[in-house]
Design a protein around this ligand. Structure first.
Ligand code: V07
Length: 268
């Protein structure tokens, strides 16, 4: 844990300070470049308090703000948040309508601060089914932060991992017919470029809250080598210390890519 505090120097100076020197030199392993989060437990959090489910979603949005700051402070480069899955359309109509207003609420309350702090907002998912007002808000957030060079805050909205792979395969078939794409040109790099995470490193760490131990169709291709970290904590209760704990655990785990662990000596 001590090591982690070195990584937090920037955080103590200013949550969104401009320090960009080495943050991780004493850690066994660098902080993850890309952290993906399944933010589960918002509805349950509200029900436990006798509140409507939407109160849980709003509390969940506050947790997004908090964790964005701490992720940036720790030197994480990409933070992907699963805000709305392709399955979530099955929820009650009122709840879906409320969720679809959250991107607007978020940009009204957060966009200026994100811009000041050099955060770049990105989006992945299918835009077709989104209400026009939701899409406008997301596009505004993406556009107004597109030249920022700091933390990438990537929202997965109307996103599904299998759907993403279907779309990539459709692009391949289209290119084979119209652009002379040959089968051997399709390799892992080609697929990466045609997924919605194109240009981003793959997540090193997946966090899921609320005690569910499932992937639920999230980033199926990109999570192939990621570490998974689960907690019983409900998303609105997820605090800075919990995120720091997840990163610290990640840093202290040995990851093997079928070969030597990163912190394993060659002659040990
Ligand atoms: C949503 C809050 C977090 C907990 C999980 C479900 C509810 C932030 C956004 C958002 C999305 C795009 C954007 C800016 C903000 C959001 C939805 C739900 C649908 F450009 N939180 N949040 N979108 N929740």
């Amino acid at each position: 844990m001590f090591m982690m505090f070195r990584a937090l120097r920037k955080w103590f100076v200013s949550p969104f300070g401009s320090f960009s020197g080495p943050k991780t030199e004493t850690l066994q392993r660098p902080v993850p470049k890309h952290v993906a989060v399944i933010m589960d437990g918002n509805g349950r959090w509200a029900q436990k308090r006798g509140l409507p489910r939407i109160a849980g979603h709003r509390a969940g949005m506050k947790a997004v703000k908090r964790i964005t700051k701490v992720a940036d402070a720790l030197g994480v480069q990409v933070l992907t948040m699963y805000a709305f899955s392709t399955e979530n359309w099955k929820r009650p109509k009122d709840e879906v309508a409320f969720l679809m207003k959250l991107p607007e609420e978020f940009i009204v309350s957060e966009l200026d601060e994100l811009i000041q702090n050099n955060v770049q907002v990105r989006f992945m998912g299918e835009t077709d089914q989104l209400p026009a007002h939701t899409l406008r808000a997301v596009e505004e957030a993406v556009k107004r932060t597109s030249t920022n060079t700091g933390l990438i805050l990537n929202f997965a909205l109307n996103y599904g991992g299998r759907r993403e792979l279907v779309l990539a395969m459709q692009q391949a078939a289209h290119a084979a017919i119209h652009d002379g794409l040959v089968p051997t040109t399709i390799d892992e790099a080609w697929i990466d470029e045609h997924l919605q995470t194109s240009g981003l490193v793959h997540p090193d760490l997946l966090i899921r809250t609320s005690g569910e131990i499932r992937l639920s169709n999230f980033m199926l291709w990109q999570l192939a080598y990621a570490e998974f970290w689960f907690t019983e904590q409900l998303w609105p209760d997820f605090r800075d210390q919990d995120f720091i704990q997840a990163i610290d655990d990640y840093c202290n785990r040995n990851r093997r890519y079928g070969g030597l662990a990163i912190n394993e000596s060659k002659d040990a």
